[in-house]
Design a protein around this ligand. Structure first.
Ligand SMILES: [Zn+2]
Ligand SMILES: [Zn+2]
Length: 273
C-alpha cells in the first residue's frame, strides 16, 4: 500500500465518551466518529453533541454521505435527526444513506427516513458495497437485548488491484466466543472499551477482556474509545486511559500500535499503516 492510494483517509474522534455520565456531562464528548475517505465521510454513532462538535471542528456537514447507527442507545443515536437534516443542501432532494438496525428505524420519525436516498438494515454477516471500491460487512455484537452490529470496512485502491486495507469498529459489545475470529485480517481495530482493568460491565468490554482478543486479531493499529465514567470522568481522581494504554502495550505483541482516543483526535490512516 502506498500513501497516495489512501491519502485522504482519516478518522476524527468527535467524541470518546460512552454511557450516561458522559452523555450528561460531556466531560468526554459523545459525538461519535467521522470516517473520511475518497472525498466523503461516514458519521458513525452520532450521540449527544455530534452536531455541535461537527461545527466546532469545521467539518463539512455536506460531506456526510453515510450515517451509521450501530444501535438504538442514546450515546449512539441522539443527534441522528439533526445530522440527517444537516447533510442536505436542500430538503427538496433526497441525500445520504442511513445504515442501522430495524430496532432503531422503528423509533425514527418517518420524516427523517423519507429524507434519505437509501436506508440499509445492517446485521451480522451482511455485506454491502458503499462505492465501487469500498465494502462494509456487519459483525456480531452481544449487547443485551438491544439489536446492534459492528462493521468492517474494506477499502480497495483505485490504482492498484492488490492495494487494500481493512478497518473495523466493534461497537458496544461484550466479548464472546468467536469475537476475535470475525476480525481476522483487520489492519485497524477501533474498539469500544468502557471500563479499565477487570472491571467487568455486563454487555460491554473492559481492558482485561479485550487484551486476549487484540493478541488473537493482531491488527497493525488498535484504538480504544467509548470510555465510561470508571475510565475517566468528572468524578474520577485520574484519567486512567494512559495507564490502560501502557498496560495493553505491555500485554500484546510489540508491533501493534496502541492508541487511546482523545476528543478531537485525528488519525491520518495512510501515515499510520
Ligand atoms: Zn455506548
Ligand atoms: Zn450501547
Amino acid at each position: 500500500m502506498t500513501i497516495s492510494d489512501f491519502g485522504d483517509h482519516k478518522l476524527i474522534f468527535l467524541g470518546t465518551g460512552g454511557g450516561r455520565i458522559h452523555c450528561s456531562t460531556q466531560y468526554r464528548r459523545t459525538g461519535g466518529i467521522i470516517y473520511y475517505f475518497n472525498g466523503a465521510q461516514a458519521h458513525i454513532d452520532p450521540g449527544p453533541g455530534a452536531i455541535v462538535y461537527l461545527n466546532q471542528m469545521n467539518i463539512d456537514r455536506l460531506k456526510t454521505k453515510w450515517v451509521i447507527v450501530t444501535h438504538a442507545h442514546t450515546d449512539h443515536c441522539n443527534d441522528v435527526p439533526v445530522i440527517i437534516e444537516s447533510l442536505h443542501e436542500t430538503l427538496k432532494k433526497k441525500a445520504g444513506t442511513l445504515i442501522t438496525t430495524n430496532q432503531y428505524l422503528n423509533s425514527l420519525d418517518e420524516y427523517y427516513i423519507r429524507l434519505m436516498e437509501q436506508v440499509i438494515v445492517m446485521k451480522n454477516g451482511k455485506k454491502f458495497k458503499l462505492t465501487n471500491i469500498t465494502e462494509i460487512q456487519g459483525t456480531k455484537v452481544m449487547h443485551g437485548k438491544t439489536e446492534g452490529f459492528g462493521l468492517i470496512f474494506t477499502q480497495n485502491s483505485m490504482k492498484n488491484p492488490q492495494g487494500q486495507y481493512k478497518i473495523a469498529f466493534t461497537s458496544d459489545t461484550e466479548i464472546f466466543n468467536g469475537f476475535a475470529e470475525q476480525f481476522d485480517g483487520v489492519d485497524i481495530l477501533v474498539a469500544n472499551v468502557l471500563r479499565p482493568n477487570d472491571r467487568h460491565c455486563p454487555r460491554h468490554a473492559c481492558v482485561d477482556e479485550i487484551i486476549p482478543t487484540i493478541c488473537a486479531i493482531h491488527p497493525k493499529i488498535f484504538i480504544m474509545t467509548h470510555f465510561g465514567a470508571y475510565m475517566d470522568s468528572k468524578y474520577s481522581k485520574k484519567d486512567l486511559v494512559p495507564d490502560q494504554v501502557k498496560k495493553i502495550k505491555n500485554s500484546v505483541p510489540q508491533d501493534i500500535k496502541v492508541i487511546g482516543a482523545k476528543d478531537g483526535m485525528q488519525i491520518e490512516i495512510a501515515k499510520q499503516l
